[in-house]
Design a protein around this ligand. Structure first.
Ligand code: MF3
Ligand code: CO
Ligand code: CO
Length: 254
């Protein structure tokens, strides 16, 4: 799919973004001590069916889950299963849906009775980094302006930035051009143009930036096992402020 979307393509992506956001928010509200990540996956499946959507993750390169649920030291791509959420955990929920051919992809991190000040700072910093990224997402800025805003926000507050995984364009495919790294890279990056739709997704760690994949072939964890937080919005580039597509407009939420 082209980098710049047509008006009708944008219409489709507004709907898929909104459904993904509604499910993200419902799942986030369901996170509590004693709940398993598998139960969150089951609830996601129910909500997708009820909204005429399918998981964009299930079967993607063989991924076995409906959503990704990544707890504490898990960075991304946690597979819903028997892990039980406990007080003091942080839980990242990443929801990807396909609706009438268009993909929506969004994530949030929920704190479950967290009192550790360093963990609170990590999660708040990741959310701030996303907000700063969205502020840079407008026509005539460059991908590197987004990357730089995320990296600066993280480093200023003592967090590290995961380098192995990046944000991305989105359309009829979940991962389209351009890549949107969460750190500044050498050389000139592409200019943002009105009608591009991007997923901005800071992944920040409390310790070092290194990650590794567990034996299940999917779950990405921090190498030093310190906590990691992840937030993701899907935005359309405009001349002025970005239009956030991953906001619940379904009227089904809350
Ligand atoms: N949602 C992830 C992203 O933000 C990708 C998930 S890959 C999958 O790009 F295999 F888990 F589906
Ligand atoms: Co995602
Ligand atoms: Co994404």
């Amino acid at each position: 799919m082209a980098l710049v979307k047509s008006e009708s393509e944008l219409e489709g992506l507004r709907v898929s973004g909104s459904i993904a956001a509604m499910i993200r928010d419902r799942l986030a509200a369901s996170v509590a001590p004693g709940v398993t990540t598998g139960e969150l996956g089951d609830y996601a499946a129910e909500l997708m069916t009820a909204n005429g959507a399918k998981s964009a993750f299930l079967g993607y390169r063989g991924y076995p889950g409906m959503i990704c649920v990544s707890v504490n030291e898990e960075v991304v791509h946690g597979i819903p299963g028997r892990r039980r959420i406990r007080l003091g955990d942080i839980v990242s929920i990443d929801v990807g849906v396909r609706h009438q051919g268009y993909v929506g992809d969004t994530a949030t991190t929920v704190m479950v009775g967290v009192t550790d000040q360093d963990v609170i700072r990590l999660v708040q910093t990741a959310e701030t980094a996303l907000r700063e990224a969205v502020r840079q997402a407008c026509a005539s800025k460059r991908v590197s302006d987004i990357s730089g805003a995320i990296e600066r926000t993280a480093l200023d507050r003592g967090c590290s930035v995961v380098r192995k995984f990046v944000g991305h364009g989105i359309g009829r495919e979940m991962h389209e051009e351009p890549q949107v790294p969460n750190f500044r890279q050498k050389g000139r990056s592409s200019k943002l143009r009105t009608g591009m739709v991007l997923c901005l997704e800071p992944m920040l760690n409390m310790g070092g930036h290194d990650v590794e994949v567990l034996a299940d072939g999917w779950t990405v964890v921090t190498k030093d096992r310190t906590f990691s937080a992840h937030f993701e919005h899907m935005v359309a580039i405009r001349n002025g402020d970005a239009e956030i597509l991953s906001l619940d407009k379904t009227g089904a939420g809350n």
